[in-house]
Write a protein that binds this ligand. Structure first.
Ligand code: ZN
Length: 327
């Protein structure tokens, strides 16, 4: 489908699909959110429902923001899974257990506006590149530590996608030899060691031992990853030990990235890193410990500029990236 509307406009519509939520927004090319709305969705939704709910949300925020969707420069969509290199379809979304979802075609048909789609981590990295820290730095690695672990590589203001769109998949770098099964089916991946669920699982196992019980105030009944992170940051020795192990694995994986690319800036987001200065400090220490020629490098760890809206603003940035809007 082609669209005759080539006039440069500075507002983009955006949809951020998560495992169990949809966030919609109208964003201008400085990164300002004009209007937005979020809804929760069941984890098992049909493709048809997901499109319909996205469309309804967009129409609602368009009315609220007083901007017709047809007057926007286009629609950017961030998706929780693998997107093909042509940007036509979602190949696989593990949370939705869904394959081959032609998202671009569906939205162009239903709304009649140009649509660009991307994997959520790549979208967030593009948003950061165009509207966030990327305004001052040309190259960085984006890392998300959440339910899973994902990454994206930006070099010289360009997102590196690779031959299959799989570049930056740091979550499946192997850290241990044959322990801890990963969601990908292999063993010892970073995601199986340091993701939110992995931190929780590790603590639950450890809390059974008397020696661990002696050094922690955590109780096994109401454990959550957030609680473990909060306890560690308040000085709980047991919780700190867990985060230290996870940070060592993250630091090791990042040291490979730094050795390979010579990137100095790493932007780390995701739920596990919220209110978690301890893990920022530990990860930095371990990167320095593992990386080659650490004295020559000025390793910097940064928080994402747009925090919870990173993927939404990233989705809008997919449009700005193509439009070359001045920001
Ligand atoms: Zn894996």
């Amino acid at each position: 489908m082609t669209f005759s509307n080539t006039k440069k406009k500075v507002i983009a519509a955006a949809l951020d699909y998560g495992g169990t939520k949809i966030l919609a927004g109208l964003i201008d090319s400085t990164g300002k959110i004009i209007s937005k709305k979020k809804i929760q969705t069941p984890s098992k939704e049909s493709k048809k429902r997901l499109v319909l709910e996205g469309k309804n949300l967009l129409e609602e925020i368009s009315e609220k923001g007083g901007i017709n969707l047809s007057d926007t420069a286009g629609l950017g969509i961030s998706l929780p899974g693998m997107v093909d290199n042509n940007g036509e379809k979602l190949i696989y979304a593990p949370n939705w257990k869904m394959r081959n979802f032609y998202v671009k075609r569906e939205f162009e048909k239903i709304l009649g506006i140009r649509t660009v789609i991307a994997n959520d981590i790549n979208a967030a990295a593009i948003g950061e590149m165009i509207l966030g820290h990327g305004k001052k730095i040309d190259s960085f690695f984006w890392l998300t530590i959440s339910t899973g672990i994902g990454g994206a590589l930006v070099i010289d203001k360009k997102l590196i996608t690779g031959d299959n769109g799989l570049a930056g998949e740091i979550g499946h770098i192997k850290i241990y030899d044959r322990r801890l099964k990963c969601s990908c089916g292999k063993y010892g991946c970073l995601e199986a060691i340091s993701s939110g669920p992995a931190i929780l699982k590790r603590t639950k196992e450890r809390i059974k031992s008397a020696s661990f019980k002696r050094i922690t105030a955590l109780k096994k009944n109401d454990l959550t990853t957030e609680k473990i992170v909060a306890f560690a940051n308040r000085g709980d020795e047991g919780a700190q030990k867990i985060l230290d192990e996870c940070s060592s694995a993250v630091g090791k994986a990042l040291s490979y990235i730094v050795n390979l690319t010579d990137i100095e800036t790493i932007i780390i987001g995701g739920g596990v890193m919220d209110n978690n200065p301890l893990m920022f400090r530990l990860i930095k220490r371990y990167i320095k410990e593992y990386v080659y020629e650490e004295k020559l490098r000025r390793i910097k760890l940064l928080k994402p500029k747009f925090r919870y809206d990173s993927c939404l603003i990233g989705a809008a940035s997919l449009i700005f990236n193509q439009e070359n809007c001045s920001t």
